[in-house]
Design a protein around this ligand. Structure first.
Ligand code: FMN
Length: 440
């Protein structure tokens, strides 16, 4: 089925199991209106075998644009799961090819283990695309175990795009070790090679690539989005030109542990909106409390009489809201202390806990960047020769190391820069011009 047209995914919040649940996403949506949000990974068989799919898939409509991440490696099961999810109106389906967790890798060949099986990934994506009209994307690593060369990554992208019909890859820019490292170590120990993401864009200019890996906030994301692909003739300020820049940045841990400082200026700084979604954290909290109280007990009541979800679950995403601010620690302690008293509502809990936060912090507006969206900050990432991003101090999106050589598959196919490298039977047509960066 041809996928629906999709707005460019300039900025997104990463899928994170146990973190990007429905409550966190609601909080994030109150902080940024345009940034794409991802669900936690949902395993295909969970949806197939569990009649209560609402529990895993329902979301308030205002959470869109929202991407459902699926885990699995069986085309038929993934297609069935995508079909079930289609009823809920997700904007995209993303296949997890990057998660090293034992809960994933140990449960069969999926997650990061799929980096070793591009043919399987292509089959899974093709099956989902055939089943639903939703766009299907892939989130992956640079490689797994000793299959970690740039050439192998290009082969993965070439196979999955040509045979699976995937046109957007989100790249967690480090490899994954399938054994021997904990999930946490797999997010910190293998070195980041962000320059490979720009190299992919150079070698597959007709495809979209998003950078993921320790980007600390929306201003750093804006700098990365402005950084031209090495050798791009379009140069700075030409983001509308296909192939000139990477398409998106995905932020994970920073968006969870410090959601306000990470995302509050995203609508203006990244999306070019005339205003940000919220003027202050007071506003966010007032609206979030209404949401939190409205969903208490939505999924039922436990035998001991406690609600699912309860106040603790809806309060959890708030723990980082005042990260690094005066009173931030006292706020976390007050939340924990208040929860022990088993408050009936989130509003009641917040009334107490917010006494820890000075009004000046509660009412502070989002921290703005001096730079307008993209253009000025592109200078920060310009290399010494003006051709590519540099490693300037202080920019969390800095790119280190030289770009790998132009990929042999592209060369073999005789691709010219800016021309598609798809298999002849691909039905999507010419890549066309990239949509305007600012949505207003
Ligand atoms: C607690 C936690 C859970 C995660 N769960 C998933 C997941 O379900 N699916 C996935 O593709 N990646 C998962 N990741 C990886 C993140 O999506 C992201 O790729 C990684 O954290 C690197 O981005 P960052 O440096 O911005 O955090 C998880 C990360 C964390 C910290």
């Amino acid at each position: 089925m041809p996928a629906k047209q999709q707005a460019p995914q300039l900025l997104s919040v990463a899928p994170m199991m146990d973190w990007t649940d429905i409550h966190y996403r609601q909080l994030a949506r109150l902080i940024t209106k345009h940034t794409f949000l991802y669900t936690e990974m949902v395993v295909d068989s969970t949806l197939i075998h569990n009649p209560d799919t609402d529990r895993f898939l329902w979301f308030p409509p205002e959470q869109r644009p929202l991407v459902l991440q699926l885990g699995g490696s069986d085309p038929a099961k993934l297609a069935a799961a995508a079909g079930i999810a289609a009823r809920y109106g997700y904007d995209e389906i993303n296949l997890n090819c990057g998660c090293p967790s034992d809960r994933v890798a140990g449960a069969g060949c999926f997650g990061a283990a799929l980096m070793l099986r591009p043919d399987v990934v292509a089959g899974c994506c093709a099956a989902m695309r055939a089943a639903v009209p939703t766009r299907v994307t892939v989130k992956c690593r640079l490689g797994a175990d000793d299959v970690d060369s740039y050439e192998a990554l290009c082969n993965f992208v070439a196979v999955v795009s040509a045979r699976g019909g995937v046109d957007h890859f989100i790249i967690h820019a480090r490899k994954c070790l399938l054994t021997g490292l904990s999930p946490h170590q797999n997010r910190t120990v293998p070195p980041l090679r962000r320059e490979w993401v720009w190299a992919l864009k150079r070698d597959f200019p007709h495809l979209a690539f998003s950078l993921n890996g320790q980007v600390e906030g929306c201003h750093a994301a804006a700098r990365a989005l402005a950084a031209p692909v090495p050798g791009s003739e379009a140069g700075l300020g030409s983001h509308a030109a296909a192939g000139a820049c990477i398409e998106g940045v995905m932020i994970g841990r920073a968006a969870y542990s410090a959601p306000w400082s990470c995302l509050a200026d995203a609508d203006m700084a990244v999306w070019g909106a005339p205003a940000n979604a919220a003027a202050s954290r007071r506003e966010v909290l007032e609206r979030y409390a209404v949401y939190g109280d409205s969903v208490l007990g939505r999924w039922g009541v436990r035998q001991d009489g406690s609600l699912v979800p309860g106040v603790r679950a809806v309060a959890k995403p708030l723990l980082g809201l005042f990260h690094g601010e005066p009173g931030g620690r006292r706020f976390r302690v007050a939340l924990e202390h208040g929860l022990r008293k088993k408050p009936a509502t989130l509003s009641a809990l917040l009334q107490e806990a917010l006494r820890a936060i000075p009004d000046s912090v509660l009412d502070a507006p989002p921290r703005r960047t001096q730079a307008p969206p993209f253009a000025a900050c592109a200078e920060d990432l310009k290399g010494p020769d003006g051709a590519g991003p540099s490693a300037r101090e202080g920019g969390p999106a800095e790119i280190r190391g030289p770009a790998p050589p132009i990929h042999a598959v592209s060369a073999r196919r005789g691709l010219e820069r800016g021309k598609p490298g798809l298999a002849p039977d691909d039905e999507r047509g010419a890549p066309g011009k990239r949509p305007r960066v600012a949505v207003y």
